[in-house]
Design a protein. Structure first.
Length: 674
DNA sequence: GATCCTCGAGTTCT
DNA sequence: CTCGAGGATC
């Protein structure tokens, strides 16, 4: 049965009106009707849709209630990566940032867009032909999770863009957050229903966004603010960042009203101070301000360094500090036997979380700060993450406060504690006798960047080691289901999951395996270098210190650590056992040794962007033939490889009369045609 | 021998 | 994130 024309028109009218009010409320922050009036319109539309189910449209404002739970989140790859920003903590750092920008752009004065830095979660929204089709979390910056159903429940995110001719494709970057008042009422509800309260709005928002059941998200009252554009197709690209944000606002997306175009360091510092004053009065929490070079052409010229843009910086507010008391100072034993003093603190709420522990790093550091048990101390979260004891309040020191002394013997295994004369750390000399070191070695072995055995966490390793069920990493590969049966809190299902993860880890890479061994001074980067250089584990194991030193970035100390590790019969045995259990990887030919390649002993410096090859690819090609790639030009440099937008290094090369190659020239050289 | 840079290792909380 | 140490460079 067709819906009467009049009803259809009525529904359209209501939807348009509700969307207009949403726009005024969320985007312009200037509601034109009372909440009661808005509710009345909303109810009327709901009723109409209820009476005429065929009216229901997924883009109707009534459809923001969430749907049934999904089994999991899909992974989404961002078309352009969502990078993080570098931080500045002082005026000096901001001045240095501005200076770098001016030098690179060769101008005297830069126009910036300044805005608050939201303490929320970065997300990306994709609109096709003006329709909201996908929303994703930032994730690691390259891939995130598809949270579209959850974001559909966020009322300030338009399901359709305003205007007659929306762009064919638009990817909007912005932040999801929770207003303080919504956070307070959420916690009130949690309290009332005897559920766990959230520590801060950020966590509540994060929890809300990661719900598999979007109906829960809908109940969290999340907000969204846009601050950038990832991809535009089918519309003119704005000339400046501020113009882009104005345009986003015209399209119906909420953009922060505190944003300002300012000039030079003075403008930046004025904005910083102003936001510091306004901070407490805002609806949402911010942890600093962001400055972006306003001209998009200039942004492009500035480009990126590793993972962060050179055209923007986050100027953070000073970390919040709090007072608390040192209840005890305990000692932890790390993978290498390092003894680390840790302060147990009376719980204190600082920077959005309750802190109970803080590392004191080592004996010297502890002495410098002179922290004693019973002391009253000032605590902050360094870089807003890791708790740190800033200072002791000396006036409040009780008479009985006890100074800490590093134990003479290991608190875990009783072995002697040794501190080498020119080292800062004291170490347990017990080696693998020490249960703490064995546990840490296993955790390292299983960690994500090593063998990546999911589910083999601290609790499980504690039990396995305490029961002597596992002594070495090789033992992991010889465990059956039965070994888990007697463990506490281990259901058969989760035991199977761990076994499966262990099984999966057998298929690995040489670099991961070398890293997993936990050789002293051999981290991820060195392990990769070793794998590339030797190509096979046997060749690595047979290498003497002399041969090891040929590997870039390996000097006498690291070479000694590696040789010593493989000289140990026990270590060789464990490796053999693992190989016998089926741990395997692909081996390759050893890379041409530096003294043999065509480019042996030649030093290269790369600058600018080459048309086809990436920096890493070029580096690999040069190193494959025994050449070296250095960071800066000096008299020792043999060639400079320059691409587009080459900078000071090219100038220096010309000054010193060093041959400069372009990509084609480099390729010819590599092929031996020169 | 001094200095810059990168890597390794240890750490917190959700 | 922060510190310390190792390596490379001048």
């Amino acid at each position: 049965m067709a819906v009467p024309k009049a009803v259809l028109a009525e529904a359209h009218k209501l939807r348009a009106e509700i969307e207009r009010h949403n726009y005024h409320y969320y985007v312009l922050d200037q509601p034109v009707v009372s909440d009661a009036e808005f509710d009345r319109l909303f109810c009327k539309l709901q009723q109409l849709e209820h009476e005429h189910p065929e009216l229901v449209d997924p883009e109707s404002p009534t459809q923001r209630v969430g749907g049934s739970p999904q089994p999991e989140f899909r992974q989404v790859t961002h078309r352009t990566p969502m990078l993080s920003l570098n931080n500045a903590f002082s005026e000096e750092e901001v001045m240095a940032f501005d200076r770098r920008v001016r030098e690179r752009l060769e101008v005297d004065r830069v126009e910036y867009l300044a805005e608050p830095k939201f303490d929320g979660l970065a997300i990306s929204l994709t609109y096709e032909q003006g329709r909201f089709i996908r929303g994703a979390t930032r994730g690691d910056g390259y891939t995130g999770e598809d949270v579209t159903p959850n974001l559909r429940t966020v009322r300030s995110i338009p399901l359709r863009l305003r205007g007659k001719a929306p762009p064919g494709l638009l990817e909007v970057r912005g932040e999801v957050l929770m207003y303080r008042r919504d956070f307070d009422s959420l916690n009130q509800r949690q309290r009332a229903s005897d559920e766990k309260e959230f520590a801060n709005p950020r966590n509540a928002a994060a929890g809300g966004l990661r719900q598999l059941d979007s109906r829960i998200t809908a109940a969290r009252a999340l907000r969204f603010f846009a601050y950038g554009v990832g991809v535009i197709e089918g519309a003119a690209v704005p000339a400046s960042h501020s113009a882009a944000e104005d345009w986003l606002q015209d399209l119906g997306l909420p953009v922060c009203q505190e944003r300002r175009v300012v000039h030079a360091v003075q403008g930046l510092m004025r904005f910083y101070q102003r936001m510091g004053e306004r901070r407490a009065g805002l609806h949402y929490e911010i942890d600093g301000v962001v400055y972006k070079v306003n001209s998009l052409a200039a942004q492009q010229r500035l480009g990126y360094v590793s993972r962060a843009p050179r055209f923007a910086i986050a100027h953070k507010f000073p970390a919040e500090e709090a007072n608390t008391e040192v209840l005890a100072i305990e000692v932890q034993v790390g993978r290498t036997g390092a003894l680390t003093p840790v302060a147990r603190l009376a719980p204190v709420f600082v920077g959005g979380v309750t802190v109970t522990n803080a590392t004191l790093h080592n004996e010297d550091e502890l002495q410098r700060k002179d922290v004693r048990v019973g002391d009253s101390v000032i605590v902050r979260r360094a870089g807003d993450v890791i708790p740190e004891v800033v200072a002791v309040v000396r006036d409040k020191r009780p008479k009985h406060a006890i100074a800490f002394k590093m134990p003479m013997t290991c608190p875990v295994c009783g072995s002697a504690v040794v501190r080498l004369p020119d080292e800062a750390v004291a170490r347990c000399s017990g080696g693998l006798i020490c249960a703490a070191q064995r546990k840490q070695a296993l955790l390292h072995f299983a960690s994500r960047r090593a063998m990546d055995i999911e589910g083999l966490g601290e609790k499980l390793v504690d039990q396995l080691v305490d029961r002597d069920a596992v002594k070495t990493a090789a033992d992991l590969y010889r465990m059956g289901l039965a070994a888990f049966a007697e463990l506490e809190r281990m259901a058969e299902k989760s035991a199977q999951n761990v076994l499966q993860a262990i099984e999966r880890s057998k298929n690995t890479t040489l670099a991961r395996f070398i890293f997993a061994l936990g050789i002293r001074n051999v981290g991820e980067a060195t392990a990769k270098e070793l794998a590339r250089h030797f190509g096979s584990l046997d060749r690595l194991m047979q290498a003497d210190e002399e041969a090891l030193r040929q590997v870039p970035d390996i000097g006498p100390v690291v070479a000694f650590s590696i040789a010593q590790f493989f000289a140990e019969a026990h270590n060789r045995e464990v490796i053999e056992q693992m190989r016998a259990c089926g741990v395997h990887w692909e081996e390759s030919e050893p890379r041409v040794a530096a003294s043999l390649g065509r480019l042996a002993g030649k030093a290269f410096v790369l600058t600018g962007t080459l048309p086809k090859l990436s920096r890493d690819e070029v580096k690999e090609l040069i190193e494959a033939q025994g050449g070296k790639v250095a960071g800066s030009v000096s008299r020792k440099t043999d060639y400079v490889v320059a691409g587009a937008e080459a900078g000071a290094k090219l100038a220096k090369a010309e000054e010193l009369g060093i041959p400069v190659l372009d990509e084609a020239g480099l390729l010819e050289l590599l092929k031996g045609k020169r």
